[in-house]
Design a protein around this ligand. Structure first.
Ligand code: GLY
Ligand code: MN
Ligand code: MN
Length: 463
């Protein structure tokens, strides 16, 4: 947890942003069963609950009652039965005091509290629920069917405005996650050799995080099929001539994430074809990074990366024509189907539960474009100092897409299908790092993780 003052101050800023009116209802996450009630997935607190209260405990709720100027946490201390099975834990009362909340009530009292507020026609603001149990709870508390659950836009916008601007202590947590993630990535590069299974590399990555009492920020992508964007299969045997795409990040005990990707050969050295394509991605990465600063629209950075990727692919003969025209026509999406990056913080895709239209875009800068490629750009709005985001350009060879678009004669003026067909099984290359936006530029977060062909080859062990 951060200091009591941190949570107190954050709630004060939120109250002001909400005009000191209404009730702000926060629901914690619950335990989720794997295969029966008592066998649960590891508990992860809701990130907004963590941000304003810092309390890591399931089945609690909080109300910031702006009309009555009080903050109440609803939850129960462990029963004697629970104590028998789980042992003594820090009291909820103590956790609440650390969060600067003096008033606690039993969880059962939440329903009555909300019922009284509703009977007085007071506005109850809540955020979009994503756990089914919380959808049911909201439906019960507010006496509305599921489909009428209407999260409060003002509440969402106030939370986003606050959470998207990272405090120094949050940056420092993210950098802790990045320091550990660097070790995870270096271990993967050291260990990799032909004959190993992808899951052996993934296990070594997870071991390093676990040794520091950290979890993963998301299931690692460790694959020789890097062309599949979120590939979670890890049963392939690494073969000479293949690339490994490793997208792994960890989560600190306080809940902050890192999100790093490196792509490297199974062999000690890149092949000529691998090196050529890798340099294109690296060039796009460097070009995109250099554009980062407050006031720049992230969509423009994305399109700049698309331009650099297209030019590189034209130079290598995968594409043809003029890069500007190819990007205008959307032809680059044969190779770069996703977005350049996203916000990061307490969530690897920070605040994704609150809605892309509020986090990655605004009412003034809405996501207008639903075309293939741009529709997957999670972040498009103008950047502000304090934002933390990823830059992650990539080139992905997707056999199904190549076959489909060739059959449709799509982008024939821009794509050299003859050459492309020889790369159907090449996989994919992504390079991803995390950045803090500053007024006049950016700061790359965490220690520098080797990225160039030369550095990766120098680091890879001969076997
Ligand atoms: N690790 C998922 C992503 O890069 O967005
Ligand atoms: Mn990412
Ligand atoms: Mn990633």
């Amino acid at each position: 947890m951060f200091s009591t003052q941190t949570y107190y101050k954050r709630r004060e800023i939120l109250a002001q942003a909400m005009g000191n009116k209404g009730i702000l209802l926060f629901l914690s996450n619950g335990e989720n069963p794997i295969n029966f009630e008592d066998n649960t997935y590891p508990f992860r607190q809701d990130s907004t609950f963590l941000y304003y209260f810092g309390i890591q405990q399931p089945h609690i709720a909080a109300c910031i009652d702006l009309d009555e100027n009080r903050t109440v946490i609803f939850g129960d201390e462990l029963s004697i039965d629970a104590l028998v099975w789980m042992g003594r834990q820090e009291m909820l009362q103590t956790k609440c005091e650390k969060a600067g909340v003096k008033e606690t009530r039993s969880y059962a009292e939440l329903a009555a509290y909300i019922a009284i507020a509703r009977s007085k026609q007071r506005k109850v603001h809540y955020l979009p629920p994503y756990q089914p149990a919380n959808k049911m709870l909201l439906s019960e508390l507010l006496h509305i069917p599921f489909q009428e659950i209407q999260p409060s836009v003002a509440f969402i916008q106030a939370v986003v405005a606050q959470r998207e601007s990272k405090e120094d202590q949050e940056i420092s947590e993210i950098e802790k996650a990045l320091t550990l993630s660097n070790d995870m990535h270096l271990a993967a590069m050291r260990l990799t050799k032909p004959g190993m299974k992808e899951y052996e590399i993934a296990a070594a990555i997870q071991y390093i995080a676990a040794q520091e009492n950290c979890g993963l920020a998301y299931p690692s992508i460790v694959t020789v099929n890097g062309g599949i964007l979120h590939n979670h299969y890890q049963g392939n045997t690494l073969q000479s001539g293949q690339l490994v795409l490793n997208d792994s990040g960890c989560e600190t005990p306080s809940g902050y994430a890192s999100d790093l990707t490196r792509t490297f050969p199974v062999d000690p050295k890149f092949t000529t074809e691998q090196r050529e394509l890798y340099q294109v991605v690296l060039h796009a990465f460097e070009g995109a990074k250099s554009q980062l600063k407050a006031g720049v629209k992230f969509k423009d950075v994305h399109l700049h990366a698309a331009l650099l990727l297209s030019q590189g692919l034209i130079d290598l003969g995968f594409m043809k024509g003029k890069a500007e025209e190819a990007v205008q026509a959307n032809a680059h999406t044969m190779f770069f189907q996703c977005g350049l990056g996203h916000m990061m913080g307490l969530d690897v895709h920070d605040m994704e539960d609150l809605g892309e239209q509020y986090v990655g875009y605004t009412a003034d800068e809405p996501k207008e474009n639903q075309v293939f490629g741009l529709k997957s750009l999670r972040l498009g709005k103008t950047l502000k100092a304090g934002h933390v985001l990823t830059i992650e350009p990539g080139i992905y060879f997707i056999p199904e897409l190549i076959e489909r678009w060739e059959a449709e004669n799509k982008y024939k003026a821009f794509i050299n299908y003859e050459k492309l067909n020889k790369y159907k099984t090449f996989g994919g290359i992504r390079i991803e790092d995390n950045f803090l936006i500053e007024e006049t530029g950016y700061r790359q977060l965490g220690p520098e993780l080797i990225r160039t062909v030369e550095d990766i080859e120098a680091y890879r062990q001969p076997f």
